[in-house]
Design a protein around this ligand. Structure first.
Ligand SMILES: Nc1ncnc2c1ncn2[C@@H]1O[C@H](COP(=O)(O)OP(=O)(O)OP(=O)(O)O)[C@@H](O)[C@H]1O
Ligand SMILES: [Mg+2]
Length: 344
């Protein structure tokens, strides 16, 4: 079994948003609520859920792009030190910055148009290490080769590249410091399907070669199915289900996951699919429902769901399948059959 690399413990994040009432103070809105999970070296944990459920905010809190309001993120460094970096100041965190990188969704806006590709890729290296020009050049050509970028193009500016190439540039930039963990936030969502497949294969190859751990944020469950070892399903700032990828897809134990899975296309015309349409709107995070926050849209709700909030608990000793549904083991929810082979 591989070693733990990250323990995320009770992360909460509040944003202050302008009140709709005149002269009143900004209201705090809880966007992340008690998020906890463990991450193991070399694995891919995908985070899925509807738009606005807090995926990006969680990724940014972990990569320390925004400050969490409370909680801990314990990083097990190479020297087997355990470091809670969440509350470190920028200067203190600098030594770990190189280990935890982030790749964003939009390769058109996440790369500075005023910097050459060479400067974009080397920036994290120059801020984190004290290397000679020759050493930097050597690292850049190695990374360019690994990520499929032609070294002779490195003096050009991002606008000269296609979407897929830009995402390769973003990956090269993230990789140059040899990070242990990369948070990929919708990293392939803006790309054409064929380019998506190339980038996913690249991420998988790089993971095999360097043992990188990914937190893969995506709303595309077909992609998630290909790349993940584990999946966490988020609803309104909380994890409502978490398990190995086959478990989540084959045997979901939360009605919200079942509804999300019902939208996954199956490339077999003989398989009939009942798509579950969730009635009603996504609840307002500023005024969440009582009890189970999914109950207003849940087809299986009972009075208990309206009054009692279910905790995320283990439902099965062997598979370590967590669900926050009162009826996780009683409902027989429909999954999507996937092969039992992970992303090998
Ligand atoms: N800087 C901010 N100030 C106030 N509210 C914010 C801020 N950033 C995010 N939010 C709110 O936090 C919630 C979660 O946003 P987030 O971007 O994390 O969702 P997401 O799951 O990544 O959505 P998407 O799938 O659309 O990318 C949303 O309700 C959003 O409006
Ligand atoms: Mg997002």
């Amino acid at each position: 079994m591989s070693k733990q690399i990250l323990n995320v413990k009770n992360i909460n994040k509040e944003f202050k948003v302008k009140s709709t009432k005149l002269f009143s103070r900004p209201d705090p809105v809880k966007v992340l609520k008690d998020i906890s999970f463990d991450l193991y070296e070399g694995e891919t944990l995908s985070i899925v859920g509807e738009s606005g459920c807090g995926k990006t905010t969680l990724g940014r809190c972990i990569a320390k792009g925004v400050e969490a309001t409370s909680g801990e993120v314990i990083y097990h460094s190479d020297a087997d030190k355990q470091i809670d970096y969440l509350h470190m100041d920028k200067q203190e965190f600098k030594q770990f910055r190189k280990d935890i990188q982030m790749i964003f969704q939009d390769p058109y806006s996440s790369l500075s148009p005023r910097m050459s590709v060479y400067d974009i890729i080397t920036e994290p290296l120059i801020t984190n290490f004290n290397l000679s020009k020759a050493e930097v050049d050597k690292k850049v050509s190695e990374i360019a080769e690994k990520t499929g970028l032609n070294a002779s193009y490195l003096r050009r500016y991002p606008h000269a590249f296609s979407g897929g190439q830009r995402q390769r540039i973003a990956i090269a930039r993230a990789l140059i410091t040899q990070p242990k963990i990369i948070v990929c936030d919708e990293a392939v969502s803006a790309l054409d399907v064929s380019i998506q497949a190339q980038i996913i294969n690249l991420l998988i190859d790089l993971q095999k070669e360097f043992g990188i751990t990914y937190i893969f944020i995506s709303h595309d469950l077909s992609v998630v199915q290909t790349i993940s070892d584990k999946v966490a399903v988020m609803h309104l700032g909380k994890i409502v289900e978490m398990a190995d990828v086959e478990e989540i897809f084959n045997h979901p134990k939360h009605p919200y996951t079942e509804a999300l899975l019902s939208a996954v296309p199956i490339p077999d015309p003989n398989v009939e699919k009942d798509r579950i349409i969730l009635d009603g709107e996504v609840p307002n995070p500023a005024n969440p429902p009582t009890g189970c926050e999914f109950h207003p849209r849940c087809p299986y709700k009972t009075d208990k769901c309206i009054s009692e909030r279910p905790d995320l608990t283990q439902t099965d000793e062997e598979n370590v399948h967590l669900s926050a549904c009162h009826y996780a083991n009683e409902l027989h929810l429909k999954g999507v059959k996937i092969a039992n082979e992970g992303n090998e």
